[in-house]
Every structure is written in structure tokens, then in C-alpha cells.
Design a protein around this ligand. Structure first.
Ligand SMILES: Nc1ncnc2c1ncn2[C@@H]1O[C@H](COP(=O)(O)OP(=O)(O)O)[C@@H](O)[C@H]1O
Ligand SMILES: [Mg+2]
Length: 244
């Protein structure tokens, strides 16, 4: 069970007011995206959830316990893969369990590595991997962590369009078999619509929640969804919301 709640969160850096009023929640095994323009404070939300900063106002809670300023409760995948270059793929994946002080399940790790299409690369070092492969290692490391909520900060924004779509499909297939709660940051409307159960649309800085919507498309989702009428209709609605 995992339910993460942000209730009326505000945060400024000195005189720079970044978040004005952020209220959102992520339910058990739910995939929620935060969609907002660059500089709107999306990464700041993750830094608050991760306890790197404390909100100026409001409450962050996990299953009813207040988290404000406390660390180690969520698994976090940053924008760049952040693998340790001196560790192999397997050793990098093992890290999340080590940090949490639990004994890693070697079989589960190997299975995750296989499911990421990295069989045979268990003992390879990060500089032998492509960008997409590093992202996959970084993601399965988050999945292998004991925390029930994973925060992903624009993990695919540096990838080209085709690799990105492949990675999105891969992420969904893995997530459908390892249903953890995911909070996903993106500035890409298609990506949010393709992946999520729910989307939280942010305004420009100082960010407030502009709109929240439930994505109606059935799972598993396939590529043809991206060009379907209902998908494009919702995309238009969100686009005008972000514009207006
Ligand atoms: N550690 C920090 N110290 C001071 N200002 C920061 C810090 N992190 C982010 N900011 C400022 O907060 C605003 C929002 O940044 P950020 O949360 O990274 O937005 P996003 O992820 O949506 O692009 C920007 O104006 C940025 O300069
Ligand atoms: Mg950011």
C-alpha cells in the first residue's frame, strides 16, 4: 500500500516564489504525471517529496505520516541516469537495496535486467552502454528499491522521438508487471497522455494546479493510440489549458 499526498504546498527560493499551491495525490499502483512548462517548479516538487528541501507551507504525507523534510521514503530517478561508472550494471542495480540496508534478491535483479533487454550486460560498465540502456538500468534500479513510490523526473526528455517511444512502451510493460506507484514529470503532452492514469497540469511559476484529469484509455496501450481521435482531442484540450 502506498498513497502519497501533497496538501497545499508552497515553496520559494529567497524572493523567487516557485510553488504557490500544490495539492495532489498518487494512489496505490497508480501512474500519475505532473505536466508543466519548463521552469514551473516540477523538479522542486520532487526535491520536496524527496526531503531535500522542506516546504514553506503545506504537508507532504505517505500513508498518513507526514514526510516534510525527511528522506528515504521514495525512490527517485533523476533526469540523467546517474549510474556509478565504476560499478557494473548488476552492481548499479544492487545499489538501491544496499542503500536501503536490505539484502538484494539476486534472482529478481537478474530477472529485471533481462526484462530490460540487458541480458548479457550484467557485468558491463556504464560507458559500454547506449543512452537508452543507461536509462533502463537507472529505472530498474528504482524498481528494485524497497520503496513503493517511484518519482521519475523527465527521464526520456534527452532521447530522440523513436527511442523515446520505445522507452515509454518498455516502461509501461515493466510497470504493468511490477505495479508500484509512479509520479512522473514531463513537459510533453503526448508522453503524459500515453503513460498516465491521471495528469496534473501545472501553471507557470509560481505553480499551482491548473487542471487535473483522468486519462480514459484502456491498458495495455499501443502506439496507434497516439494518432487516435480521442487522444488528439484530449491533447488539444490540455494544450489550450497550458496556453490559457
Ligand atoms: N536549489 C535551488 N535554489 C534556488 N533556486 C532554484 C533551485 N532549484 C530550482 N530553483 C528555481 O526554481 C524555479 C523552478 O525550477 P525547477 O523546479 O527546476 O523547474 P522545472 O523542473 O519545472 O523546470 C526556477 O526559477 C529555478 O531557477
Ligand atoms: Mg526539472
Amino acid at each position: 500500500m502506498a498513497r502519497l499526498t501533497l496538501d497545499h504546498i508552497a515553496k520559494s527560493y529567497g524572493s523567487n516564489e516557485v510553488l504557490r499551491n500544490i495539492t495532489l495525490s498518487v494512489g496505490d499502483a497508480e501512474f500519475v504525471s505532473i505536466l508543466g512548462p519548463s521552469g514551473s517548479g516540477k523538479s522542486t516538487i520532487f526535491q520536496l517529496i524527496g526531503g531535500l528541501y522542506t516546504p514553506d507551507a503545506g504537508t507532504i504525507s505517505l500513508d498518513g505520516s507526514v514526510l516534510n523534510g525527511s528522506r528515504g521514503h521514495i525512490s527517485y530517478m533523476p533526469q540523467s541516469p546517474a549510474l556509478f561508472p565504476w560499478r557494473t550494471v548488476l552492481q548499479n542495480v544492487r545499489l538501491s537495496a544496499e542503500v536501503a540496508g536490505i539484502k538484494p534478491d539476486e534472482e529478481q535483479m537478474k530477472e529485471l535486467i533481462r526484462s530490460a533487454g540487458l541480458a548479457g550486460y550484467e557485468h558491463a560498465y556504464p560507458d559500454e552502454l547506449s543512452g537508452g540502456m543507461k536509462q533502463r538500468v537507472s529505472f530498474i534500479r528504482s524498481l528494485n528499491a524497497p520503496q513503493q513510490i517511484i518519482c521519475l523526473d523527465e527521464p526520456f526528455s534527452a532521447l530522440d522521438e523513436f527511442t523515446r517511444l520505445e522507452m515509454q512502451q518498455w516502461l509501461l510493460s515493466i510497470w504493468e508487471t511490477n505495479r508500484k506507484s509512479i509520479l512522473f514529470i514531463t513537459h510533453n503532452i503526448d508522453e503524459a497522455l500515453f503513460l498516465s492514469d491521471r495528469i496534473i497540469v501545472l501553471s507557470d511559476k509560481p505553480a499551482a494546479v491548473k487542471k487535473e484529469l483522468t486519462v480514459p484509455f484502456a491498458r495495455p496501450r499501443t502506439e496507434d493510440l497516439l494518432l487516435s481521435g480521442p487522444f488528439l482531442q484530449l491533447k488539444r484540450e490540455i494544450y489550450s489549458e497550458l496556453r490559457g
